[in-house]
Write a protein that binds this ligand. Structure first.
Ligand code: CMC
Length: 392
């Protein structure tokens, strides 16, 4: 006491111990529960990775079947929750719609309010993973004025989400397995990233013993910002601006280097990675593959690659160790899959759910848990006398 470490942005502050995710930012290494992200991306699937993050081990066949079945049983929303969407303007951004809806889950599931009751935490976990994709699909349907589709639990989580997002009631929706696989992969790559801004938010809110829905809703709001999850949409806007400006990548890079009007190269740089983000490596390859398989060429992908090449050979970026991060190429894939730009960050949120849940649960069981309450260095006025309003 009496001595405060001043560390804006918590650059050097370890606020917790955690056994979930390991990052070596200098070497460009990312592991979930010890498993390299490259192996999980190649062999696993999103549900299995969710299980791994939350429970600590890869599931057996029986455990996976049980977990999957429990999630599938909870995809339906309460009918009254559907009406919740009527209150929002049609052009509302889907991120605040999603965070509000997740917050509202606490009102429907009051059994979620005790964060230490194990069976209800288990139920909230499953409800969160099952219902948030349905909420996300409804947020999209609302924005385009189409009817909501009930979940079809004969489909996998990702297929179901695609159908609820892009399907129509009177028409059978054909799932493109390439699209489902690409989305599943992107969810795996977003599933956790240790103490990032939104996860730290989930922990901070949860540290007051707020329930899982309230904590994750706060995490979604933290993810919304353009320096965090919102970067995936900002990258697309940036690429479109460059194209509209004649595709002059070098001119844009110069603008960034001169810090003109605070322009940043979106999708570049990371607090922890001072090397190529291992997720971005996989995503770049996937962007090429999926666009190729869907037979879509995208001028914006060419601009992105040129932008990357120009930046990586420029001293400004080399000296600052700025490399493409997870958000640099994801938007191009989401776009190829048919999602509008403002929906990209919602997809990030769906992928990050198991990470938020795993961290919240880990914290609740941590004997060293304390309410999050940072200190400050006061820089305001010294003590002064109150002056009546007539005398000011
Ligand atoms: N473009 C241009 N310059 C940059 C960038 C960038 N994207 N990122 C960092 N810099 C510069 C920054 O100006 C500073 O230079 P100087 O010392 O001359 O002022 C130096 O690099 C260090 O930057 P910083 O802002 O101190 O680094 P940080 O660790 O606080 O910020 C970051 C990390 C991710 C917020 C930042 O790199 C950034 O704003 N990137 C663009 C937004 C983005 O892509 N965000 C997604 C992050 S990854 C996934 C996620 O979290 O969602």
């Amino acid at each position: 006491t009496g001595y405060i470490t001043y560390d804006p942005g918590f650059v050097n502050t370890g606020a917790t111990s955690s056994a979930i995710t390991y990052i070596d930012g200098d070497a460009g290494i990312l592991r979930y529960r010890g498993y390299p992200i490259e192996q999980l991306a190649e062999h696993s699937n999103f549900i299995e990775v969710s299980y791994l993050l939350i429970y600590g081990e890869l599931p057996t066949q029986t455990q996976l079947a049980d977990f999957t079945e429990r999630i599938e049983r909870h995809t339906l929303l309460h009918e009254d929750l559907k009406r919740f969407f009527d209150g929002f303007p049609r052009d509302a951004h889907p991120m605040p719609v999603l965070s509000s809806a997740v917050s509202a889950l606490s009102t429907f599931y009051q059994d979620s309010l005790n964060p230490f009751d194990e069976p209800s935490v288990e139920l909230s976990t499953v409800r969160m993973l099952a219902k948030v994709p349905t909420l996300a699909a409804y947020a999209y349907k609302k924005s385009i004025g189409q009817p909501f589709l009930y979940p079809d639990n004969s489909l996998s989580l990702v297929e179901n989400f695609l159908r609820m997002t892009f399907g129509l009631p009177a028409e059978p929706y054909e799932i493109d397995p390439d699209i489902a696989k690409a989305l599943d992969l992107l969810f795996i790559l977003h599933a956790d990233h240790e103490q990032n801004c939104s996860t730290s938010t989930v922990r901070l809110v949860g540290s007051s013993e707020a329930n899982l829905f309230a904590s994750v809703s706060a995490g979604i709001n933290a993810l919304f910002g353009p320096l965090h999850g919102g970067a995936n949409a900002a990258v697309l806007d940036m690429l479109e601006d460059i194209r509209a400006d004649g595709g002059d990548v070098a001119r844009f890079v110069t603008k960034v280097k001169n810090k003109e009007a605070g322009v940043r190269l979106m999708g570049f740089g990371h607090r922890v990675y001072k090397n190529y983000d291992p997720r971005a490596k996989i995503i770049k390859k996937t962007a090429d593959e999926i666009l190729g398989r869907l037979g879509k060429s995208d001028e914006l992908l060419d601009i992105a690659k040129k932008l990357e090449e120009t930046a990586l050979s420029d001293d400004y970026f080399v000296q600052r160790k700025l490399y493409p991060n997870v958000d640099f190429y994801t938007g191009l894939i989401y776009r190829a899959l048919g999602f509008p730009t403002e929906y990209f960050t919602v997809l990030f949120a769906l992928g990050r759910l198991p990470g938020w849940i795993a961290h919240w649960r880990e914290m609740m069981l941590d004997p060293a848990r304390k309410i999050g309450r940072p200190r400050q260095v006061y820089t305001g006025a010294p003590e002064r006398e109150y002056l009546e309003i007539e005398k000011r």
